[in-house]
Design a protein around this ligand. Structure first.
Ligand SMILES: *Cc1c(COP(=O)(O)O)cnc(C)c1O
Length: 375
């Protein structure tokens, strides 16, 4: 059996005609950058994520950079974020000349340990970027409380968590800004790169629109320096079609997660495999990834067996950010963030995409059980 980690061809089969028609409209209009398709997607996503403002941009990484630019983060500033996330979260901070200040994760959820955030605040701290990793929100209330107490901006990295909820509030709607990515492997994926900045401050939207277009307002007049962070109309056209299916796809991911839980509970592997934990504050997990934990000494063996059996899997992420070579100048040492370092040795993402069948999930669990029984 061949079970890729993600099979986008299956998804495309179901929406092919609609997507091609939407793309044809862009081709006929020959209007490729921003324009009505992007404006429509912004309206749809603002409604979906329950925020007054949304600004389509070129990627999730650029959404993070733009949110930091919008509050004027630069050299001498510090921004607090998780040491266990995709690189872009910290890369955005560094690229603006500011210092990423890492905080360890909660081992249960892989998200920023909310109780450790305040200890990282200094007089130079400008913002906190909680990451909603794998589709589950970070514990936002204590993070928002620390931010309010110290006058900090909160930028949610919701790139993996569109539609996730924290106590009923949508990911990206709780902080000052929320960043979404439309990288093809995200729950709402485009046919290339794309992203969106959400904001609960309606009056900030026009500043974001100006920033994404070289800070230009009006045409050829620049009061500030922005960049080319624009979203293509073709991407927006595809994404508007996909938006209609997002909730059904999320239901499929949640259903598959429940099937995995049932199968692992009934399997000999159940004892040795740590399943994703749902935090009480997270009222909707959207399972961009289903990351299990394995004893570190067995992870490579399980990986090999899955690959041998035709099952795709991946390690998100093998190196915590404080130990990345490019950040060696920040002075962090091994042992600084034990929960992040342990997660990096234990995690393994299994296929969770909505079109998977029960038989395929059984095959994945059986393969893992088979190799662990021999260990
Ligand atoms: C994907 C991702 C990003 C970056 O998004 P791109 O659209 O690929 O630039 C940022 N943060 C996290 C947590 C992500 O998963």
């Amino acid at each position: 059996m061949q079970i890729p980690l993600l099979d986008l061809k299956l998804q495309y089969q179901g929406i092919r005609d609609e997507v091609r028609q939407a793309m044809d409209e862009v081709c006929d209009a020959q209007y490729f950058i921003l324009g009505p398709k992007v404006a429509r997607l912004e309206t749809e996503l603002a409604a979906y994520c329950r925020v007054p403002g949304a600004c389509g941009v070129s990627s999730g990484s650029d959404a993070l950079i733009m949110a930091l630019m919008a509050i004027g983060v630069g050299p001498g500033d510090e921004v607090i974020t998780s040491s266990f996330t995709f690189f872009a979260t910290a890369g955005a901070i560094h690229r603006l000349g500011a210092r990423p200040v890492f905080v360890d994760i909660d081992p249960g959820t892989f998200n920023l340990a909310a109780t450790q955030v305040e200890a990282a605040v200094t007089s130079r701290t400008r913002a906190i970027i909680p990451v909603h990793l794998f589709g589950q929100t970070a514990d936002m209330d204590p993070i928002l409380a620390v931010a309010a107490k110290h006058g900090l901006t909160v930028i949610e990295d919701a790139c993996q968590a569109i539609g996730a909820e924290d106590r009923g509030r949508r990911a990206g709607s709780m902080g000052d800004f929320g960043c979404l990515s439309f990288f093809p492997s995200k729950n709402l994926g485009g046919f290339g790169d794309g992203g969106m900045i959400l904001t609960r401050h309606a009056d900030r939207t026009s500043c974001l629109q100006i920033l994404r277009n070289h800070g230009m307002d009006p045409k050829y007049y620049h009061a500030l320096v922005g960049g080319n962070f624009r979203l293509d109309a073709l991407q927006a056209a595809v994404l508007s079609v996909k938006m209609k299916y997002l909730d059904a796809w999320t239901d499929g991911r949640q259903r598959n997660a429940e099937i995995y839980r049932t199968l692992f509970a009934a399997s000999s592997a159940g004892r040795r495999v740590g399943l994703p934990q749902l935090a009480p504050h997270c009222t909707r997990h959207v399972y961009n990834q289903f990351c299990i934990r394995l004893p570190a000494e067995h992870r490579q063996g399980v990986w090999n067996a899955l690959k041998q059996a035709g099952v795709g899997c991946e390690v998100y992420y093998p190196v915590p950010l404080h130990l990345q070579k490019c950040f060696s100048g920040l002075g962090y040492r091994e042992g600084a963030f034990p929960a992040s370092e342990q997660a990096a040795c234990e995690v393994l993402a299994l296929p969770i995409f909505p079109e998977l069948t029960r038989e395929q999930l059984e095959y994945v669990v059986q393969t893992i059980a088979g190799v662990l029984e021999k260990k």
